[in-house]
Design a protein around this ligand. Structure first.
Ligand SMILES: Cc1cc2nc3c(=O)[nH]c(=O)nc-3n(C[C@H](O)[C@H](O)[C@H](O)COP(=O)(O)OP(=O)(O)OC[C@H]3O[C@@H](n4cnc5c(N)ncnc54)[C@H](O)[C@@H]3O)c2cc1C
Ligand SMILES: NC(=O)c1ccc[n+]([C@@H]2O[C@H](COP(=O)([O-])OP(=O)(O)OC[C@H]3O[C@@H](n4cnc5c(N)ncnc54)[C@H](O)[C@@H]3O)[C@@H](O)[C@H]2O)c1
Length: 465
């Protein structure tokens, strides 16, 4: 059977774009199909607009803090519409860059919704990006599914009144009272954004501490940081229903409490996007929440079809999708895989203010492998000794495997934590030991120097058998 393309990539997001570009660079005939927005979630409804909005939300406090440093500026008011317009302009610019980058790589760009007809044939149907286009079919030898994920809402009465992150990026005005449900990445990042811009934020979550899965000490530190940011926390709580009341909403919680809001925001996770993909016409198998099953080579259960990124739902981060796309393209082109990486040492950051960044194992995870030495510090960063915000602490923790003395986990909550953690991730990936940190000279005066001057073991935690 003749194929029009060597490779068809479905989805022009973080993973798909990288996979297509690398394969084209190796000389393959490549097409990419995109239904909604070039650049995918990260560029349009994720990392990029989120980070711009986090940055916007930090200026208000900075203006106030500057008084202690001799400035006389006043905080003023924030213009939400201006921020959204500036952010949209930047994203439109990035969309254009993605298109021209793909075109320059000699890739065929197809717009529409992709649906499998069989394992090597995909029908392209009209979609928001190409509403008037006539359907057509494409054949390819290899097909990569890189369709990402989509937000989920709890199935409760009134859920239709709640927004998700998708809508939060385009609200016409900033809501004054926001109830955010969920204390994962998105819940915390948007709680910080709205609070910093002047909204009253209620954060509702089911456990005792936010950020399930993160190191327990850091979760406790984050709980304090959330309070310091002026956000009201409702732990051990979940919404049972939402009612529309006048121009606002009332949210009833399972602890009997009712919260009034102008906006209810569900940050309750995402699911793989496989809607109307026609997987039933192939042998591609999915698991539990729709995740496409793949092996370590990103092969699905259908020969010739592969999946990368969020649609496989293991560590849903842009750099992971990119790395998977890159390695898959190399492998399909018969090139040596340039690098291998470990999910265990993939760094992560939650862009709250201050951010929390981490690499490697939590203390709890590490004790499953053996006893650990813990080094912990909590201090007021220099800036806030003058600003007076002494409740804005910096917290750092190193988790060291006792037997090998390797640093197996590093965790920082504090200004610039994400910037700091990239370098620390190199050290943890390289398997460096505590003594290597000790013999590294610090940069003074910084918060980061604490990571190489932590001399006294805070505690020793036995292994969990
Ligand atoms: C609010 C938010 C903030 C985030 N912040 C960060 C962050 O700071 N750092 C980080 O590392 N990660 C962040 N993420 C996660 C990151 O965005 C994702 O992990 C990443 O985008 C996944 O890339 P992907 O290639 O798997 O999918 P996506 O980027 O989602 O791309 C999939 C593309 O496929 C298209 N598509 C879907 N179905 C079809 C179809 N049938 N036909 C044609 N096209 C289709 C979609 O329109 C989309 O453009 C954030 C996510 C969200 C929601
Ligand atoms: N900075 C970053 O790297 C970044 C930022 C945003 C998103 N992301 C990625 O996107 C993914 C999705 O983000 P997210 O914050 O939506 O998911 P998440 O899994 O991080 O958090 C979801 C939260 O919602 C809670 N929850 C789920 N169902 C609930 C219910 N019915 N009632 C109350 N609470 C409920 C969960 O307990 C959890 O705390 C992340 O896991 C991450 O992979 C990354």
């Amino acid at each position: 059977m003749a194929h029009e393309f060597d490779l068809l990539v479905i989805g022009a997001g973080s993973g798909g774009v990288r996979c297509a570009r690398i394969a084209a660079g190796h000389g393959a005939r490549v097409a990419v199909v995109e239904s909604r927005h070039w650049g995918g979630t990260c560029v349009n409804l994720g990392c990029v607009p989120k980070k711009l909005m986090v940055q916007a939300s930090e200026y208000g406090d900075m203006v106030e803090d500057s008084h202690a440093f001799g400035w006389t500026s006043t905080r003023g008011t924030h213009d939400w519409a201006k921020l959204i317009a500036a952010k949209d302009k930047e994203i439109t610019r990035l969309n254009g860059i993605y298109v021209s980058m793909l075109e320059k790589a000699g890739i065929t760009l197809l717009t529409g919704h992709a649906r499998f007809e069989d394992a090597h044939t995909v029908r392209i149907e009209p979609s928001p990006l190409a509403p008037d286009e006539q359907p057509f079919t494409v054949k390819a030898r290899h097909i990569v599914i890189a369709t990402g994920s989509t937000p989920v809402k709890p199935d409760i009465p009134g859920a239709e009144f709640a927004i998700t992150s998708d809508e939060a990026f385009h609200l016409p005005t900033r809501p004054q009272r926001v109830v955010i449900v969920g204390s994962g990445y998105i819940g915390l990042e948007f709680a910080g954004i709205f609070a910093g811009l002047g909204s009253e934020v209620d954060l509702v979550y089911r456990q005792d501490l936010p950020l399930r899965g993160f190191d327990e000490d850091m979760r406790a530190a984050m709980k304090e940081a959330i309070t310091a940011r002026g956000i009201t926390q409702h732990s051990h709580a979940s919404p049972t229903h939402i009612r529309k009341e006048g121009s606002g909403y009332s949210v009833t919680l399972d602890n009997g409490q009712t919260l009034e809001a102008d906006c209810v925001f569900f940050a309750t996770g995402r699911r793989p996007k496989i809607d109307s993909l026609g997987l039933e016409t192939t042998k591609v198998e999915t698991a539990d929440n729709g995740r496409i099953k793949v092996n370590s080579k990103r092969e699905t259960t259908q020969p010739g079809i592969y999946a990368i990124g969020d649609v496989t739902d293991h560590l849903n981060l842009t750099p992971v999708a990119i790395a998977e796309g890159h390695n898959l393209a190399d492998r399909l082109s018969g090139k040596e895989t340039p690098r291998s990486w470990s999910l265990r040492t993939t760094p992560k950051a939650v862009f709250f203010s201050p951010p929390l960044a981490t690499v490697g194992l939590t203390e709890e995870e590490a004790t499953h492998h053996g006893a650990v030495d813990v080094y912990f510090t909590r201090f007021t960063p220099m800036r806030h000794t003058l600003s007076g915000r002494t409740d804005r602490k910096t917290v750092m923790k190193l988790v060291v495997d006792q037997a090998s003395q390797k640093v197996v986990g590093a965790h920082v909550l504090g200004d610039d934590a994400a910037e700091m953690m990239q370098g620390i991730a190199v050290a943890v990936t390289a398997g460096l030991r505590k003594v290597d940190f000790d013999r590294t000279v610090g940069i003074h005066p910084t918060s980061a120097e604490e990571l190489v001057t932590l001399r006294t073991r805070t505690r020793e935690t036995p292994a969990i058998n």
